[in-house]
Design a protein around this ligand. Structure first.
Ligand code: NDP
Length: 332
C-alpha cells in the first residue's frame, strides 16, 4: 500500500521534502469496517490549508499522517452488512492505494450513472460546493449577472453552468485564452475574461456593463477587488476560496474595496461545503439530473501514478489544470 504522508509543514509552495513516500501492508479491517482499493484521489486547493498548523474549519493533518484527500474506489473486503464487496464508494481515505473506514463514513456511488471519477468532481464535493455556494449563499435569481473566478476549474466551471440553468448570465474569469475559449464554447458561459491579459480590466467592462449581482470568488487577491468595484445594489459576494493567497508567506491580502459593500447594500459571506452535509442528497440529485439531461458538462484532468502526487498537486497553483484535477492511484 503506497502512501504519501506529511513530513513537514510547508513554508510557501510545498516542496518534495515536505512529503514522505511510504509503503505499508494493506490494512486489516475490524468490525463494521470496509476495505477500499482506491482508484482516484481528489487533488484540492484546500489540501494546502490542511497542511498548516492553526485553527481552521477542520484540524490540520498531523505530521506523519497519510495526507487527507477525497477518494473513490472499489470495496474489496467488508465487515459491514451495509456495503458489499464489488460496490464503489467515495470517502476521505487519503493519498494511498488502499484505505479502510467504518461503513458510515463512506458513500456509495453509482458507476452506471457516471464514470466513478465524476463523484470526486461535478457529482461530488466540488459540484456540491458550486451548488450550495451559488444557490444558497449566492441566492442567484433569474436575470442576475453571475461573475465567477477560477471559471475553468472544478468548482467554477459548475458555478457558471448552474447560473445558466437558473436563467442568469454567467461571466467567467480564467487564466489564458485557451481556458476562456473552453468556458464559453464548451460550457456555454456568456463571456470569459483572461485575467493574465494586459487588457483584462478593459475587457471586463462590456460583459459587466450592467454590473455584478453575484460574485463567486475562488481566487481572492486583486481579482476580488476588481469584482467588488463592479457590484450592483444588494449584490452577494460568495467567498468560496482564495487560491491566489494559499502559498503566501505573508498575511493574506484582504479586499481594499470592501466599502462598496456599504455603498451598494451588499453582502459578502464565506461558507464551507461541509456545512451542507445533511443536504448533499438534494444537491447530488439535481447535479446528476442536469448531467443526465446534458445540461451539465463535466471535465476531469486525470494524472497518473501515486508517486507523482507532489508535483501533480502543484498544478492547481500553477493553473495547469482544466476541470477537476484527479490522481489515478490504482495500478493497471
Ligand atoms: P480549480 O480546479 O479551480 O484549480 C485551481 C485553479 O485556480 C487553477 O487551475 C488556476 O486557474 C487558479 N489559480 C491558481 N493560482 C491562481 C492565482 N494566483 N490567481 C488566480 N487564479 C489562480 O480548483 P477547485 O475548483 O477545486 O477550487 C477552487 C476554489 O474553491 C479554491 O479556492 C478552493 O479552495 C475553493 N473550494 C472551497 C470549498 C469550500 O467549501 N468553501 C470547497 C472546494 C473548493 P487559472 O489558470 O484560471 O489561473
Amino acid at each position: 500500500n503506497k502512501q504519501y504522508r506529511l513530513a513537514a509543514r510547508p513554508v510557501g509552495v510545498p516542496k518534495d521534502s515536505d512529503w514522505e513516500f511510504t509503503t505499508e501492508p494493506v490494512p486489516e479491517i475490524g468490525a463494521g469496517d470496509v476495505l477500499v482499493k482506491n482508484h482516484y484521489a481528489s487533488l484540492d486547493p484546500a489540501m494546502r490549508g490542511w497542511m498548516n498548523e492553526g485553527r481552521s474549519y477542520i484540524p490540520p493533518v498531523k505530521i506523519g499522517a497519510v495526507m487527507r484527500a477525497g477518494t473513490v474506489g472499489e470495496v474489496i473486503a467488508s465487515n459491514s452488512p451495509d456495503i458489499k464487496v464489488g460496490e464503489f464508494v467515495s470517502g476521505m481515505l487519503g493519498i494511498q492505494q488502499y484505505g479502510k473506514a467504518a461503513a458510515k463514513e463512506l458513500t456509495k456511488v453509482d458507476p452506471n450513472l457516471a464514470p466513478i471519477e465524476n463523484y470526486l468532481g461535478g457529482l461530488g464535493m466540488p459540484g456540491l460546493t458550486a451548488y450550495f455556494g451559488l444557490l444558497d449563499v449566492g441566492a442567484v435569481k433569474e436575470g442576475d449577472t453571475v461573475l465567477v473566478s477560477g471559471a475553468a476549474g472544478a468548482v467554477g466551471s459548475i458555478v457558471g453552468q448552474i447560473a445558466k440553468i437558473k436563467g442568469a448570465r454567467a461571466v467567467g474569469i480564467a487564466g489564458g485564452a485557451e481556458k476562456c475559449a473552453y468556458v464559453v464554447d464548451e460550457l456555454g458561459f456568456d463571456a470569459c475574461l483572461d485575467y493574465k491579459s494586459d487588457s483584462f480590466k478593459q475587457d471586463l467592462k462590456e460583459p459587466l456593463k450592467t454590473g455584478v449581482d453575484v460574485y463567486f470568488d475562488n481566487v481572492g487577491g486583486e481579482i476580488l477587488d476588481i469584482a467588488l468595484a463592479r457590484i450592483n445594489r444588494h449584490a452577494r459576494i460568495v467567498i468560496c476560496g482564495a487560491i491566489s493567497q494559499y502559498n503566501n508567506t505573508t498575511p493574506m491580502r484582504g479586499p481594499q474595496n470592501y466599502i462598496n459593500l456599504l455603498v451598494h447594500h451588499a453582502r459578502m459571506e464565506g461558507f464551507v461545503v461541509f456545512d451542507y452535509v445533511t443536504r448533499y442528497g438534494e444537491g447530488v440529485q439535481d447535479l446528476a439530473t442536469w448531467y443526465r439531461e446534458g445540461k451539465l458538462k463535466l471535465r476531469n484532468q486525470i494524472e497518473t501514478g501515486i508517486g507523482n502526487f507532489p508535483s501533480v498537486l502543484l498544478k492547481l497553483f500553477k493553473g495547469e489544470n482544466t476541470g477537476k484535477l484527479l490522481l489515478k492511484v490504482v495500478e493497471d
